[in-house]
Write a protein of this length. Sequence first.
Length: 377
Amino acid sequence: MKYICSKNVFIDGRFVPASIGIENNKIAEISDYGQGACYFDHYIIPGLIDIHTHGGYGCDANNADIDSLRNWIRHLPLEGTTSLLISPYTSTIEKMHDSIALIDSLRNQHLEASVLGSHLEGPFISDKHLGAMNEKYVLQPDINTYKKIAQDHEDCVKLITLACELEHAYELMDYLHTRSVVISAGHCGCTYTEGTEAKKHGLNGFTHTYNGMLGLHHREVGTVGCSLLFDDCYSECICDGYHVSFEALKILFRCKPKDKVILITDSLKTKGLPEGSYELDGEAIEMRHGCAYMAGTDSLSGSTLSMLQAMKNIVTHCEVSLEDAILAASQNPATYLGIQNKKGFIQIGNDADLCILDHSLNLKETFHLGDIVYSAS
Ligand SMILES: [Zn+2]
């Protein structure tokens, strides 16, 4: 067994001195500080989990081949990400299906980060809250259409974003719920009443809170109000300061229980690429000032954010404690997906996925399944 230790190991939501014993890819022992490779007072935290990302480093989930996916995954430990759901977005049934099939082929492979499965962003979304989604591919909720999209790979679909107010959404949600797919309202126009009803059909979260949803009005708090007020539901947020202002994020963090906020990147293939013009699923986009826009407009089409930068942003700008920021990037997404006994927590029996950070939150090392997959030195 190999050991690492620090005076600041993140266990049970706080920093404590401890040693971690690693064997067979897992955390096999947690003991007193002082054994093995010593990181002194650097933070040892769980590896970060991104449940909503469409690509990076030239790879686009909807149009990927195995080599571009592998290249993207190779870069993830540089950002502290050790697990992810890959997100096919609203497109043709065939394209979404092929994307899921490819993602499925990477599950359970020993790569630089764990591919946990797929998150489908659409196609059963509201045409009134499209964001960057392409209207021509939007479909009405329908179990048979879903089965076509996920055909032969239903087990790979872990999370779906849909608009719960649409006709027949509840039938689809009831079906997905029985298949243990986590259901998140996004690109959605549900009112407070509709959102409350949707919870009875398995609604458990909100996709990129504030973006692509019915906003908060003082007489109808809308989908944003549901996300802020439903203490038993999880709320994703894109914390780059462009998609949502830091003030709005501060409100979210003040409203939600600390174990129910989830940081996501919603990153596109342009993450890690130079500024300029690109094509995304047949549409022209531009990378400028570190953001991706639909070409010729100021409409955001996705982010170039990393999970670690999202953590840094909320600690710096949103009065969120480092401890709560870590929860939002590791433990909360793991609990949301029901994999808390495998990922997201530093506890005996979990995969040895760890990040070492200095006190400025610079990444020093990333461990995935017990192997060092990134080292700053
Ligand atoms: Zn997205």
